[in-house]
Structure formats: structure tokens, C-alpha cells
Design a protein around this ligand. Structure first.
Ligand code: ADP
Ligand code: MG
Length: 393
């Protein structure tokens, strides 16, 4: 039987891999390191662009950069171990998006720092990552924030954490061309271990909420479906939410309560708004449940969130529904829901720690029978954000 849970290399061994690879790649030992974690959202999905609330954690999977001064001038030479690709970004081409999509995340950060008067010198960089790419665990924000911290170490100039977050968001929006919200970069930079962040997306402020994981574990299961529809549907949902808010005479759906919804004549817009309004309420109730260690309630809220995303917001897919359906009937599972934008990617399962392996095995086997391939399972623990992490490197 194949192991169901994907091994998780320690941060130290990831750093060592990056270091060894840099020596092979550029002949130099690293002068600088930077790292940033991925993230998973416990609850509060598709609320961020509605100025609502979300409750993400940073996770113990990381993107590590090892860097050394380059022998060449005027360029960045990058090797990604995950993609087994090597690319060059020349400063002369800084103003047009790099032909290779993944380089744009690094380029975007360099462009944003340059606007603040912080110039990147010529570097050789190796990227090592245990955050799966494109799985909804925010490998993109991990890459951006790791690059932001690297730039600051290299130049000896530092920005505030808030400015770093903003530079990373703008890098993703302007250079990578992804119209992202604010959640990913904020939690990847600012999280604390054993805490979730209650994120108020109206002004990007947050409150750490203790999340003691002694008795419960989080399992993230990748459906094996990549979200090809996600980008177009994301823009469509944003538009539907804006239209709903306009029809109700408010600037965002944050200002709406359930009792306002019957005033929306359009049924589709009413369902979209119903998800956003009810999801915001679920986030607030989840915070109270986390604080009490009330896993039954948190699990129920997660399942309700999934139902709302599936029925009202229409961003689930059969495979994600199957995973949630299989998870919730297992002994020791409190709840499960799709996490991330939807249309594929992952579900997150809240589970008794001692049942973790048995449940992963059981869901994995039944999913493979139903869908035709085995899903990848990741055990996830809350971790420090890049700000705390890089201060300790
Ligand atoms: P997610 O952030 O959920 O992982 P995205 O589609 O937002 O998914 O970002 C994934 C993209 O980020 C990858 O396709 C790649 O372009 C870039 N990326 C992230 N991590 C790495 C890495 N270690 N090496 C190269 N590119 C990466
Ligand atoms: Mg991303």
C-alpha cells in the first residue's frame, strides 16, 4: 500500500537542499537565506474580496530561498527545484512580464521594491519548497514573501511588515497578473504558531486567535483536480458580489445581514450574497469555537461552509464533494470543507489526532475506487509567518 500522507521535510532539511543545490548551480555557498510558509484557510472562503472575514493559519510547509552574489551583472538567475527549471531575469527586461510565468512572482517583488528605492543586486537563487504548487496552499504568496525578505537581507534595508505584504500583493496583481485578495500574503507574513489569524479584509487588520492543536489534527487532501475554471469563475463571482452589493445600495456585502437579502430580486445574486453573509457569520462563530476548543462546533461550521460554497456559491466540484462526503462519516472527523478558491484543489479535514492515519488511509482508498486516482494527503500544523520565521533564521 502506498503511504497516504505525503512526507514533510523539516525546514532545516529544506534549507540544506537549497544550499546544496546552490553550490551545484552557482559554485557558491549561500550568503543569504529567506523562507516563508504556505497557508490554509480554516473557514471564511470568498469573503476577502467582499471586505469580510477569514480565519487562515500559516502551515508547516515552506518555500526557502538560498542566494549568493552572481558572477554576472544586471540579472537574477533562479533555479526552482520543484520545477527543475532554471531561468534568468535581466534588469533590462524588468518592466515587461517575464516569459516564464513563475519568474513573474519574483520579478514582481523586485519591481515593487525598486519603486520604494530598494534595488536588487545581481543574484543566483535556488528555490526549494515543500508547499505543493497550485494546490490552494499559497505557494505563490510563500514565494513572494520569501523574495521580499531575501531582498531585505541582501540590501540591509527593511520595510514594515505591512509594506512587505502590500508589495507582495501588488507583485502578484501587477506582474503575475493574478487578481488576488489580501488574505494569502497577510497570513503568510504575519501568522503565529498555534494561532489562527482572524483577518478583517476591509482594512487588512488581524487578531491572532489561539488554536491549540494538541488533540486535533488538520488533514489537507488534494483532489488531484487543478482549478482550470478558477480564474474565470473568480472574476465572475467578484462581479456577481459587486452587482449584489450595488442592488442593495451598499458598497460591499460586509454591510449586509441575512434579513436584507429578500430585497435582492435576482435569485442568483441572492444566493451568492447568502453565501458571503452566512460565511462571515460562520467565521465569527468559529473564532468562539476555537477559543473554547469546541471542535464539534467548529467541524459543523466547516461542513456548513462547504454546503454553502457548493450550493449557494457554486464553486465546488464532484471530486471535492466526494472527499467531504467520505470524510464526514469517518469516526474521529469533526468536519471538512473545500479550502481555497474551489473547482478542484484541496479539502481540509478537522480530525482527532489519533485517528489521522486511519482516516487518511480510508478516505484515500475509497476516493481512489470512486474517482480513479489516489489523492495526496498532507498533515498540516500551524506555523510562524515569514516575519517571525526570517527573524529567527
Ligand atoms: P497556490 O498559490 O495555491 O500554490 P497559485 O496558482 O496561486 O497556486 O500559484 C502557484 C504558482 O506559483 C506556480 O504555478 C508557480 O508559477 C509559482 N510558484 C510557487 N512556488 C514555486 C516554486 N517553488 N518554484 C517555482 N514557481 C513557484
Ligand atoms: Mg496563490
Amino acid at each position: 500500500m502506498l503511504p497516504m500522507i505525503v512526507p514533510n521535510p523539516s525546514l532545516a532539511s529544506l534549507t540544506e537542499s537549497a544550499s546544496d543545490a546552490l553550490e551545484r548551480f552557482s559554485g557558491c555557498t549561500p550568503t543569504w537565506f529567506a523562507a516563508a510558509p504556505g497557508r490554509v484557510n480554516l473557514i471564511g472562503e470568498h469573503t476577502d474580496y467582499n471586505a469580510g472575514w477569514a480565519l487562515p493559519i500559516a502551515i508547516d510547509r515552506y518555500t526557502v530561498l538560498a542566494a549568493a552574489p552572481s558572477g554576472e551583472t544586471g540579472q537574477l538567475r533562479v533555479h526552482s527545484l520543484a520545477l527543475e527549471e532554471e531561468r534568468v531575469l535581466s534588469w533590462e527586461a524588468l518592466d515587461t512580464p517575464h516569459p516564464t510565468a513563475w519568474m513573474r512572482y519574483l520579478q514582481g517583488v523586485i519591481v515593487q521594491y525598486r519603486r520604494k528605492g530598494i534595488e536588487c543586486p545581481a543574484l543566483d537563487i535556488v528555490v526549494a519548497s515543500s508547499v505543493p504548487l497550485g494546490a490552494g496552499l499559497s505557494s505563490s504568496a510563500a514565494l513572494e514573501l520569501a523574495m521580499a525578505h531575501l531582498l531585505e537581507s541582501v540590501t540591509g534595508q527593511s520595510l514594515s511588515s505591512a509594506a512587505r505584504i502590500e508589495a507582495s500583493i501588488e507583485a502578484e496583481r501587477q506582474t503575475a497578473g493574478v487578481p488576488c485578495g489580501v488574505m494569502d500574503q497577510t497570513v503568510v507574513e504575519s501568522a503565529h504558531p498555534e494561532h489562527a489569524l482572524l483577518l478583517d479584509c476591509a482594512d487588512n487588520t488581524f487578531i491572532p486567535v489561539p488554536f491549540h492543536q494538541a488533540d486535533v489534527a488538520l488533514l489537507v487532501i488534494h483532489s488531484g483536480i487543478s482549478h482550470s475554471l478558477a480564474q474565470s469563475a473568480y472574476a465572475q463571482r467578484r462581479d456577481e458580489c459587486e452587482r449584489g452589493a450595488r442592488a442593495l445600495g451598499v458598497s460591499t456585502l460586509r454591510e449586509v445581514c441575512l434579513s436584507d437579502l429578500p430585497a435582492l430580486d435576482d435569485e442568483l445574486l441572492r444566493r451568492r450574497a447568502h453565501h458571503v453573509v452566512s460565511e462571515n457569520a460562520r467565521v465569527q462563530r468559529s473564532v468562539a469555537a476555537l477559543q473554547r476548543g469546541d471542535w464539534d462546533t467548529l467541524g459543523t461550521l466547516m461542513v456548513d461552509s462547504h454546503t454553502s460554497l457548493r450550493d449557494d456559491y457554486a464553486v465546488s466540484c464532484d471530486e471535492l464533494d466526494v472527499l467531504v462526503e467520505l470524510a464526514v462519516v469517518e469516526a474521529g472527523v469533526y468536519g471538512a470543507r473545500l479550502t481555497g478558491g474551489g473547482f478542484g484543489g484541496c479539502v481540509i479535514v478537522l480530525i482527532d489526532t489519533e485517528r489521522l492515519e486511519a482516516v487518511a488511509e480510508s478516505i484515500g482508498r475509497q476516493y481512489a475506487e470512486r474517482v480513479g486516482w489516489a489523492p495526496l494527503c498532507y498533515r498540516i500544523q500551524s506555523a510562524a509567518g515569514a516575519n517571525e520565521l526570517c527573524a529567527a533564521l
